[in-house]
Ligand binder design. Sequence first.
Ligand SMILES: Nc1ncnc2c1ncn2[C@@H]1O[C@H](COP(=O)(O)OP(=O)(O)OP(=O)(O)O)[C@@H](O)[C@H]1O
Length: 442
Amino acid sequence: MQSILESIGDGVFSVDKHFIITSYNPALEKITGYSLKEALGKPCYEIFKSSLCQSECPVVQVIKENKRIFNKQAYFIHKTGRRIPVSITVSPIKDPLGRLIGAVETVRDLSEICILRKELNKSYKLCDIISKSPLIDRIFKVLPDIAESESTVLITGESGTGKDIFARAIHDLSPRKKGPFVTVNCAAIPDTLLESELFGYKAGAFTDAKKDKPGRFALANGGTLFLDEIGEIPLPLQAKLLRAIETKEFEPLGASKPEKVDVRIIAATNQDLEILVKEGRFRQDLYYRINVVRIHLPPLRERREDIPLLAEHFIKKFRASKGKEIIGISEDALKILMDYDFPGNVRELENIIEYCFIVCKEGLIYPEHLPDYLKKDTLIIPEEKASFSIPKTLQEIEKEAILQALKRNKWRKMATCRELGISKDTLRRKLKKYGLQNMGAK
Ligand SMILES: Nc1ncnc2c1ncn2[C@@H]1O[C@H](COP(=O)(O)OP(=O)(O)OP(=O)(O)O)[C@@H](O)[C@H]1O
């Protein structure tokens, strides 16, 4: 018996009816820091200083009730003052006549399990951003310092990678957090309206201008102005934007003098601005002015470790908003997501989970609840198959042509427009018409 007690990894000790330690194995020396010599003959509460000693001592319960206690979680205080999480099991000891003479307790050190559990449950969260990718962690580490500074920030990354929530996080972590956070999606506003949207206008500036209308620059005063899809700003307006950023002054349409403004600029783009500069479609001076601090968000396919985490996050989000008891995703369904390339990035994953909430009733999300295009690539219809398929309406053909062009151009709207030979406004209208706004592109 002695050899067994000396060789096992769990701690084992026994006490008599007065809680005096009568045996104590070597594993316990490691767990508590007290040697056999120090422990023997002492009351157990002096050596273990367990979280249970004062209120619900399991040895007292065992002696009183004469039955075993299994795997009770507690912590001991190590000789050095460290808290050691443990799981304990206590059994009564009886003499040959069946009379209770004490108790034996086995102790399992849970320190390593607790560290692993903490690691697994680590929230990987900054503001509303969820990620466990080392690539994003590098950004998390510098984001508070970037936020603290007043520098202009340029966030780059494919559509749906999270540029918007990173911009918001920078604002929320900055000294301007109590001020407004104003977004302008430069691609969503027709070119002709963008100037008045940014800088506002004065009554009488044009026929319909009945009264003054403040622009987004003025609305963002004291806060942050987020210029999303900045690559879409037409060239003539780029010069005015540059002047507003540099001088912190702007002129509303029809105004006779400039207005002062205190805004911090964050810009974002899913285009390669350097190429646009080379092609003469983006002013070099404006590019240098906004490219002071650069944050590049990698596409989801380059941080696949985020897929399960984000899927769970969106399941929680939709469970709360849609009130459906969907508790998670099955391994098979997750495997399909892990194998998919997500051209629409995190937004596409969010849309997929939202779709699953329509199809799945409750419990786990299984492969049959996922959209079909994930299981077989139905998005692109091979030409030979398409030519034998049932005749389609013109509208269906147009929708397919747009989808294919978007996919070929990695959901970049400008490139798609160029390939299809249509304007930005036309593409926007058609995406809306066919309900495709959320398919990878806004
Ligand atoms: N790391 C993340 N954690 C939690 N939610 C995320 C994360 N990244 C993106 N999202 C969510 O995904 C969706 C798309 O993100 P967002 O709008 O920020 O992308 P974007 O890069 O700005 O897209 P676009 O270029 O099309 O404007 C949003 O609902 C956002 O909240």
